[in-house]
Design a protein around this ligand. Structure first.
Ligand code: AR6
Length: 214
């Protein structure tokens, strides 16, 4: 093959490879893993990677409050005043309105700061996913979207976080629940790629597998 043809075919392969990584689904399509911005997800609830003050910050937290408007912060302040004067502990979750967002609700959870919980980071991160899912199910919601909690400012290694979050979501979906769609949203292609390479979803339960083929 000529050098030019070679370059053409390899660009096709690269293109296919990168678009193939844009979305994957697991557990009969109940889990969708995709590239995107958490603030734009049209689901019943999006999850905020907050801090214990519940009063905003950078990353996902800043983006959600910017896009969602003042109504969300108002409800966070009210929660602090009434139920949580000392703030939201790591691993716990609370729900507020979604303000101007497409999502009706925001579930705020506080991920662990990597290296600051004496080896209990994985347990704490799993609790963020479990408690957020539980809150959504208690309100009978059908769909929820998560960012990759703790993997930004809180420094949790992405591959480890992928193993913990996928196990937590899979465990939750084993039980009876109103939730029919869990989206895991990644901001950058490289982050999505690490997740796809590291998750613990059972491949035999992948949504892509065609049951009729055997
Ligand atoms: N949509 C989806 N994912 C995003 C977005 C977005 N718009 N923006 C960032 N990410 P972080 P944490 C990814 O730092 O590590 C805040 O200041 C990002 O690439 O938002 O839990 C809070 O107030 C990363 O993979 O959350 C806390 O103080 C992931 O979302 C602290 O940061 C989480 O990054 C929480 O830190």
């Amino acid at each position: 093959m000529s050098e030019r043809a070679n370059a053409f075919y390899s660009s096709l392969i690269t293109h296919h490879f990168s678009t193939a990584f844009m979305e994957e689904s697991f557990l009969d399509g109940r889990v969708r893993v995709l590239l995107g911005d958490i603030t734009g997800q049209n689901v019943d609830a999006i999850v905020n990677a907050a801090n214990s003050t519940l009063l905003g910050g950078g990353g996902v937290d800043g983006a959600i409050h910017r896009a969602g408007g003042a109504q969300i912060l108002e409800e966070c302040r009210e929660i602090r005043r009434t139920r949580l004067p000392d703030g939201l502990p790591t691993g716990e979750a609370v729900m507020t309105n979604g303000g101007l967002l497409a999502a009706r609700y925001v579930i705020h959870t506080v991920g662990p700061i990597y290296g600051r919980h004496g080896g209990r980071e994985a347990e704490q991160l799993a609790r963020c996913y479990q408690n957020s899912l539980r809150l959504a199910a208690e309100s009978n919601l059908a769909s929820i979207a998560f960012p990759s909690i703790s993997t930004g400012a809180f420094g949790y290694p992405r591959a480890e976080a992928a193993r913990v979050s996928s196990r937590a979501v899979a465990d939750f979906l084993k039980g009876e629940t109103s939730i029919s769609e869990v989206r895991l949203i990644f901001f950058q292609p490289s982050d999505l790629k690490v997740f796809i390479e590291s998750h613990k979803f059972d491949n035999r339960e992948q949504g892509k597998v065609d049951a009729s083929s055997g």
